[in-house]
Design a protein around this ligand. Sequence first.
Ligand code: HEM
Length: 250
Amino acid sequence: MKQAATGLSYYIVLVTGDNLLVFFDSSCRPVVSPFKVMAKVQRCVRENGPMFQGYGYDGRGMMDTGLIAQLGPLATLAGVWEGAMGEDIAPSDDRGTERNQFRERMAFEPLNSVRNHEQTLYGLRYITTAWRIGETDPFHEDLGYWLWDAEAKQVTRCFIVPRGVSVIAGGTVEPSAKSFSLAADISSHTYGICSNLFLDKAFKTVRYELTVTLLDGDRFHYEQDTQIQIPGQANIFHHRDQNTLSRVKS
Ligand code: HEM
């Protein structure tokens, strides 16, 4: 349910999964001529900019430029991105090393401000999906939030990999930074890592490091190193991923 101020009165606009628009007036009565309301909403958007918070992961919605302005070093990321030059080094079936080339799609949508008493955060809800080149089923996804605490100059990426690993990675970042690094460590109570029971025994993620570089307003590069402890192996396994993504939607 989304509410749109048309300048004349308020209309409730219900947007269904099939993109069917249903209009109600301020007394919740269905509006007989939705086309007139739509024209008013369109005029208001033209004059005042986007008013809806909703921005689907498919990128069909509209961005709130006011919220993006509060995102500090994360502002550039708002939007939808794709890149087909991904490189992955991961544990293979025999616990050796496999290399994969992949394409990836990331979507970031601004959140309303988050208040933790004295702390105010702005952020992006995001999802990333990766496919081996030439395949149609994804082989990796992760889902979560990127958050910006302007007062403490902290960027955090809080996410879940559906294998059953959750990470809060963080770092100190200047608001205008074009490149920044985040890390999480299994020993930390703040920027830490949790794995499910199986992974904790067999593939324990002990550290996670990420560097993001904004190449320009429409391209960014990331490199991440997920450090995994595998019983029987003397060395930590460096599960590395990198890609360069280009904006496909603002
Ligand atoms: C673009 C990002 C990533 C890609 C493409 C990717 C891909 C892979 C692949 C191909 C494997 C080998 C197992 C398989 O074939 O399915 C794997 C294993 C694993 N990944 Fe990732 N991964 C990514 C990011 C991450 C991140 C961020 C984490 C955790 C913070 C993670 C945690 C793990 C763990 C714990 C395993 C070991 C489980 C196993 O091999 O059975 N991965 N990943």
